[in-house]
Design a protein around this ligand. Structure first.
Ligand code: GLU
Length: 429
């Protein structure tokens, strides 16, 4: 038998990619599937960025391992504008997706990984592959399942000098909730007290539904690494472009990551990097694109939340991204009568009975018997939705009186049918 490294042996494929493959296979067999599995943007790549890629198809040379100079400067300038502080281009590291950079930072930094429960599916397996200790911190439904400063403090206090990377992801995958400025300030104070490396995963920052994302880097500039990329806000997951912006204090970490990158992926695709320069410019077309995308996601989240609440499913307020994280615990007895006692079983049941594909809370580190699931509401034609919402926004329509149901039934019929089917199922228990 082939011998495998023990850290990898028995590890399944990432839950996000596995559900995607499963949905594709079921659809190929002719099943009706409402795909709330993989968190992939439904929107097309904005035109100026697509155009820049076409113009740069001829770029064929290896680029510097840290990334194209013009892109690093554009990213630094972009975050300097957003955060009203000074980020430097030579502190930016570009990679083939921020996921790869998250792996590299854990590889080169010798310390524990600290993450809230729930957290995105890949942080902990990456730590396991590298052989790092993972500390899952508890969160509460009242806090929208977000990390609190007190919990972080309690954890760090037990061993104050220990080196740690804390990953904070807001708006959050899997909940769509975010942290307020006050919460960010409090967490920043604790992070500073213990000198933790704070990895601020802001991949959904641009998709804050009201465009009100703020970075914790404003409050803990010396210790925060910002992680971002094109995948979510720019509809370009498959382009694989992410970056880290380092503070001066952690430039050494960035250099060590570049060494590891130089021995592994070499550099990120050249045409994609040239195209990405266009994505980080101040361009009214990009602003408009984002306003529209946010409006679609906001309308959908509001409608879906009301629907799910109507059958006793509770969920955090969705402030950004494209996720819902309903909790089925009020139906625990009805589920137990169907032999369902955990989130994995619940997802299997929903797939079988409603065609809704979702991910179990367990994949995000929740205790197995919690009954939360993540639903990515992305199974719709994003280009069509952007056009339709522009008509509404251009008419200065009032969101309070807007007929979301009719709008969504037209632009996102699979999302509507999926949620309606799920609600009907729950109502029948
Ligand atoms: N972030 C996406 C999700 O949580 C998937 C991307 C990936 O796993 O690489 O569904």
């Amino acid at each position: 038998m082939t011998s495998l490294n023990l850290n990898v042996s028995g590890l399944p494929k990432s839950a996000t990619l596995a559900i995607n493959e499963r949905c594709r296979a079921l659809r190929a067999e002719g099943e009706t599937i409402y795909d709330f599995g993989l968190g992939q943007s439904p929107f097309p790549v904005p035109e100026p960025v697509r155009h820049a890629l076409q113009e740069n198809a001829h770029q064929k040379d290896y680029l510097p391992v840290e990334g194209l100079r013009g892109l690093r400067d554009a990213v630094a300038a972009y975050h300097s504008r957003l955060n009203r502080c000074d980020h430097r281009g030579d502190h930016v590291l570009v990679g083939p997706g921020s996921k790869e950079l998250m792996f590299l930072v854990q590889l080169v930094y010798y310390g524990d990984l600290v993450i809230p429960t729930p957290s995105w599916v890949s942080y902990a397996p990456q730590a396991r592959i590298i052989g790092r200790q993972v500390n899952w911190l508890p969160t509460r439904a009242e806090d929208n399942w977000m990390l609190s400063a007190e919990t972080l403090d309690e954890h760090c206090r037990t061993d104050p000098e220990r080196p740690r990377i804390v990953i904070l992801n807001y708006p959050s995958n899997p909940t769509g909730a975010t942290l307020s400025s006050d919460q960010l300030v409090e967490i920043a104070e604790v992070a500073r007290r213990y000198g933790v490396v704070l990895l601020s995963d802001e991949i959904y920052g641009e998709l804050h539904h009201r465009g009100e994302h703020t970075s914790i880097a404003c409050h803990y500039p010396e210790g925060t690494i910002i992680s971002g990329g094109l995948s979510k806000w720019c509809g370009a997951g498959g382009w694989r472009l992410g970056y880290f912006v380092f503070p001066s204090q952690h430039v050494r970490l960035g250099r060590a990551m570049a060494v590891a990158a130089s021995e592994t992926f070499t550099s990120t695709s050249a045409p994609i990097q040239y195209a990405a320069v266009a994505a980080y410019q101040e361009d009214p077309r990009l602003r408009e694109y984002l306003e529209r995308a946010r409006a679609v996601l906001r309308l959908m989240a509001g409608w879906a939340t009301r629907k799910l609440n109507s059958v006793g499913l509770t969920l955090p307020r969705v402030d950004g991204a494209f996720y819902l994280f309903p909790d089925f615990s009020r139906h625990r007895e009805a589920l137990a009568a169907r032999s369902i006692t955990d989130s994995r079983g619940l997802c299997e049941y929903l797939l079988d009975h409603t065609g809704v594909a979702a991910l179990p809370g367990e994949a995000f580190g929740c205790p197995a018997d919690d009954l939360c699931i993540r639903m990515a509401y992305v199974d719709f034609e994003g280009g069509r939705a952007l056009e339709a919402v522009s008509e509404f926004l251009d008419s200065d329509g009032d969101e309070e009186t807007f007929d979301e149901e009719a709008f969504l039934a037209e632009v996102a019929p699979r999302v509507v049918e999926g949620i309606d089917g799920l609600v009907e199922e729950v109502a029948s228990w």
